[in-house]
Design a protein around this ligand. Structure first.
Ligand SMILES: [Cu+2]
Length: 707
């Protein structure tokens, strides 16, 4: 690459169209308190503090588009079957996360070093032992448990640990292995601004959307573990605060042993057929771990909620298929009409490496001083927007499609980016949404009639049928008119600038060819989808808050994002990850959770362990407290509106818009310790995540750090 391909990253904050209107300095959460009594802070090997020299990035215009076919993820091979006398047999997997090169960019651009999951054992010689990012699809059957041995394989050939591919900010409340047993899972203190953490990498895997999972299997953010490497530095914690407790619980419940560098999770799959996904969830470093690659689809099939009927006949409907099946050849000799598509944004360096900011200055040109002199972390960026779109692990791939119907299971796997998928430049296309995170919607939604665009927040899924029958032969591009910056609702082009039409405004290309035969599938308007079971009346309503914590040292500079509570007077109380559990439903309880968004941006709020129904949204007024006089208050300010048509199903992630309260209702079943959080993973990593507990404190569970 010559110098012409090298451009300087433009600070994202400088392009911001929507000013941050809301500044909250909630009483009792001032930054000064963050450091009182926190533990850790031992010296360890770090890079030199981030310099101001900008990292070079690859200009997306120098990446030829539509060079590579989209990868249709094959099915993750099983390692075997767990047979249990008197119990349910389970599908067994052994899956590691590893580092490897992958041709994400089209040749002759270089392969990219990434991390990804892959099976390391198989019960059939045709099982595909392939590590990829995103990874192979776990295919689960309704009510048949899946047991996975998740292995941290981030070691080199000699067994020495591999450092992170990306800059990890050690000043957040994070896993902090160098803090040792006493200082892990804290916000460590520093006497000088540190550089990035370069030690062994903690991982822990969460299956996003799994319902009724035991807490020992849910990938709790403090249940991480380092690889079983030969050279873990002395004094490092090798596991997170909750790992040992969950290991004992898993042994008692499932008869499994968590060997060093592994955890074994069991998923009951006793929920509606749905599109789930699995990804890393380590405390304070989910953004960097997931950006490096570890993620994949997890699809539950079968049961009464997977059965659509044809309303004309009352007979079972035919949906587009097949999807990839276990032991299909790879590359496949089959044609798939049901395809999962993971849409993500990434930025690359000119030599093909993943780029992720190594300094706060990338975001808003704040070049220091950073912590401990001020309240701004040196590396963490409040949001990150990649300048390319990748689908199933390739930049701007193409998919050849026949003039017939396809079923796509879409995932927005971006760190911060809201997508507004735009089908309007595909003439004659018809798009219907039939499902969301928790399976089928109550009824199909005609996306084309509603404007032919589809909004997807990070972590949301959309199960759609795209009908290419009347699309002219040739090449057509799926666009994106979401913003290249935080989303706050509103109309594309009017309320915010749409994504760069030459780069992130394009997603993938469809190459339409004649149909190979008649289309046997049921027209979507005749699909009758299984009914949604009603929820019992809620016993509790919890007013909760989304809060942006602004710097006290710099103007208009977000220092963190918080969750919190709203009291009876409407006062907002921000809370930290380290604060004790305050959301504590009992098993069997149905509750309404209200997300009062006091910030200027929309946040996708995800609750683990459950699926919920969106009840409504209602305008609020946010009154900022006087400087030094304490808190922000919120008050209702208008009539409520119901959920969007595409939200009339079970969901696990919901968009909470600024200036509104968003209400969801759910039933809690399995006792244990879980989390709820914003799925803008930069927010999640810096305090926009809280523990919650179903049922009583568990005997022997870790107690919060004294503070
Ligand atoms: Cu957020």
């Amino acid at each position: 690459m010559d110098d012409a391909d090298v451009v300087r990253p433009e600070p994202r904050g400088a392009q911001r169209a929507i000013p941050r209107r809301t500044i909250l300095k909630a009483a009792g959460t001032g930054f000064g308190l963050w450091f009182v009594g926190s533990l850790g802070g031992r010296a360890w090997a770090v890079q030199a503090p981030a310099t101001l020299a900008a990292q070079a990035i690859l200009d997306p215009r120098d990446i030829p588009k539509y060079q590579m076919p989209v990868l249709i993820p094959p099915v993750m091979p099983r390692a075997g079957t767990v047979t249990r006398r008197g119990g349910k047999n389970a599908d067994l997997y052994e899956i590691s996360v590893r580092q490897f090169p992958q041709q994400i960019l089209p040749p002759p651009l270089n392969p990219t070093t990434v991390w990804g999951y892959g099976a390391v054992a198989r019960d059939s010689r045709r099982g595909l032992l392939l590590h990829n990012a995103p990874s192979l699809t776990i295919e689960a059957s309704w009510r048949r448990p899946v047991q996975v041995r998740w292995i941290n394989g981030l070691v080199d050939e000699e067994g020495a640990f591999l450092p992170h591919l990306l800059p990890v900010d050690p000043t957040l409340h994070w896993a902090n292995p160098p803090g040792g047993t006493m200082g892990r899972d804290t916000r460590p203190t520093f006497s000088d601004t540190p550089g990035a953490y370069t030690g062994p990498v903690p991982v822990v895997t969460h299956v996003h959307g799994a319902v009724g999972v035991g807490d020992e299997s849910d990938g709790y953010a403090e249940a991480w573990y380092l690889p079983a490497a030969t050279d873990i530095p002395a004094g490092h914690a090798t596991v997170g605060t909750w790992y040992d407790f969950f290991a004992q619980k898993a042994a008692a419940l499932h008869g499994v042993t968590w060997e060093p560098g592994t955890a074994v999770s069991e998923y009951p799959n006793d929920q509606r057929a749905a599109t789930l996904w699995y990804h890393d969830h380590t405390l304070g470093m989910t953004r960097t771990n997931v950006y490096a690659g570890p993620a994949g689809f997890y699809i539950i099939r079968g049961g009464p909620d997977d059965a659509a009927t044809d309303s004309r006949t009352g007979q079972p409907a035919v949906l587009p298929g097949p999807a990839p099946k276990a032991n299909d050849r790879f590359p496949s000799n089959k044609t798939y009409y049901e395809i999962p598509l993971a849409i993500q944004d990434r930025t690359f360096t000119p030599d093909g490496a993943l780029f992720y900011p190594d300094t706060r200055a990338f975001f808003d040109e704040i070049e220091g001083p950073y912590l401990p002199e001020t309240d701004i972390s040196p590396i963490w960026n409040p949001e990150f927007f990649g300048n390319t779109i990748i689908v199933n692990g390739n930049t701007w791939p193409y998919l050849s499609v026949e003039q017939r119907r396809y079923r796509f299971r879409l995932l927005n796997g971006c760190n911060s980016r809201f997508l507004i998928l735009d089908f309007r430049s595909i003439p004659g296309v018809e798009v219907w949404q039939i499902g969301t995170e928790g399976g089928f919607l109550a009824a199909p939604v005609d996306i084309t009639a509603a404007g032919n665009t589809l909004l997807m927040a990070p972590a949301e899924r959309a199960d759609i049928i795209v009908d290419f029958t009347s699309v002219p032969l040739g090449s057509h591009v799926l666009g994106n008119i979401g913003p290249d910056e935080p989303f706050g609702g509103g109309v594309p082009g009017a309320d915010f600038d749409v994504a760069d039409p030459a780069a992130t405004g394009q997603v993938m290309q469809f190459r339409v060819v004649p149909a190979m035969g008649p289309d046997p599938t049921t027209p979507p308007q005749f699909l009758s989808l299984p009914p949604l079971a009603p929820l019992p009346a809620p016993t509790t309503t919890r007013p909760l808050a989304l809060v942006e914590e602004m710097s006290m040292d710099f103007d208009d500079a977000p220092a963190a994002a918080l969750l919190g509570r709203v009291d009876a007077s409407g006062a907002v109380h921000g809370q930290m990850w380290m604060d004790e559990v305050t959301e504590n439903p009992s098993p069997g309880d149905t509750e309404t959770w209200e997300f009062f968004n006091t910030t200027a941006d929309a946040h996708p709020i995800h609750v683990h362990e459950v699926v919920f129904q969106v009840v409504d949204r209602q305008p609020i007024e946010v009154h900022e407290g006087e400087e030094g006089m304490g808190g922000t208050t919120v008050a209702l300010a208008g009539p409520a509106r119901g959920p969007e048509p595409t939200e009339r199903g079970w969901k696990d992630t919901v968009i909470a818009y600024p200036g509104e309260v968003t209400r969801v209702r759910m039933r809690f079943t399995s006792p244990g310790q879980y989390v709820w959080h914003c799925h803008i993973v930069e927010h999640e990593d810096n305090e926009m995540m809280r523990p919650f507990r179903i049922g009583p404190v568990q005997p022997g569970q870790p107690m919060p750090h004294a503070h």
